[in-house]
Design a protein around this ligand. Structure first.
Ligand code: SAM
Ligand code: SF4
Length: 321
């Protein structure tokens, strides 16, 4: 069991398999070109797998592979198959921007993947191009639809920004609903890598927009990770993710491993400890010790709710969001 000093059990490990990405989303990446960490600094699948096994042995029950863009890393299905072979009951998901998804769906599904979250912030070609800095809508939609066809449980993640895509809340909602996919509106988390002009809509503002279109009420029983769920009168469920709300951190059960082997206890803060050397030396006791220390020292709260000017210095493309 992994428990922090505030009594929260950590059961959810998010693993970034690469910081590289084929998009440049304005809320996540710097606009100016920059260099990636050399490939040899990334943990190999075998090293990631060693750490994931330790996590599972210590009580991790849910794993999400993310990035950067995880599908830019070759043969991701290989890592998924390794994890599922070790722990068939582990709840494993993937978060992707969807651009490379369509041709990979079958392999991912054959490897045992059951759940996938795809990020989609606009149903308009030009708007999505402006957000991601690339013409991506057709491929992302093809990826989402292929995943639905293949029987994967698909969720759609959308970040809504003022004067960018705030007029798309309903179109995104309807697209997701039409596919039977849950949509989750994630509040923009201020960070020093995003374009300076990005301003997110709050979940209340998003719910206001939706409320003029559909009737819904909060789902009071059960939870879905960090999302607050709502149910429409026809039974369709959607969610909001609200890191600015005061109680967001009280039930946080997550830690994050970066592709370079840094173990991060909170998306907001700079604190991290590396497990890379321990994994490279196959010192699994040391890796477990680092895991326990990082979990124990997990901060009580992020600071996005402290006041409007709070900004994280963590890069989402490194932590995996
Ligand atoms: N590249 C993949 C993708 O975009 O889905 C996986 C990594 S991305 C960092 C994971 C999630 O974080 C995406 O849903 C993305 O929209 C979200 N995200 C990135 N930067 C964010 C920010 N500043 N605030 C809120 N969500 C953010
Ligand atoms: Fe890449 Fe995902 Fe960040 Fe967009 S949100 S730049 S797709 S890592």
């Amino acid at each position: 069991m992994l428990r922090d000093q505030f009594g929260r059990d950590v059961t959810y490990l998010r693993v970034s398999v690469t910081e590289r990405c084929n998009f440049r989303c304005q809320y996540c990446m710097p606009e100016k070109p920059f260099s990636w960490v050399p490939r040899e600094n990334l943990l190999s699948y075998e090293e990631l797998y060693s750490f994931i096994r330790i996590g599972i042995d210590q009580g991790i029950t849910k794993i999400r592979l993310t990035g950067g863009e995880p599908l830019t890393r070759d043969d991701l299905d290989r890592l998924i198959a390794m994890i599922i072979e070790y722990a068939p009951d582990v709840d494993i998901g993937l978060t992707t921007n969807g651009y490379l998804l369509e041709p990979m769906v079958e392999r991912l599904s054959n490897a045992g993947l059951k759940r996938i979250n795809v990020s989609l912030d606009s149903m308009q070609k030009e708007t999505l191009h402006a957000i991601t800095k690339k013409d991506v809508l057709d491929k992302v939609k093809a990826g989402i639809e292929a995943a639905v066809q293949a029987g994967l449980k698909v969720k759609i993640n959308s970040v809504i920004m003022k004067k960018v895509n705030e007029d798309e809340v309903i179109a995104l909602f309807e697209y997701a609903k039409g596919l039977g996919a849950q949509i989750r509106f994630i509040e923009y988390m201020e960070n020093s890598f995003a374009s300076s002009h990005v301003q997110g809509l709050t979940s209340d503002e998003i719910l206001d927009i939706l409320g003029k279109h559909v009737s819904f009420s909060p789902v009071l029983i059960g939870s879905d990770g960090p999302a607050t769920l709502y149910e429409c009168t026809d039974g369709y469920r959607f969610g909001t993710i609200e890191p600015h709300k005061h109680d967001f951190c009280a039930t946080c059960n997550r830690i994050r491993l970066t592709a370079e082997g840094d173990l991060i206890p909170c998306l907001y803060f700079d604190e991290a400890m590396s497990v890379k050397d321990a994994l490279r030396e196959n010192d699994l006791d040391q890796a477990e010790q680092v895991l326990r220390t990082v979990v124990f020292n997990k901060p009580e709260k992020n600071r996005w709710n402290a006041n409007d000017s709070e900004v994280s210095t963590r890069a989402f493309y490194q932590t995996g969001g």
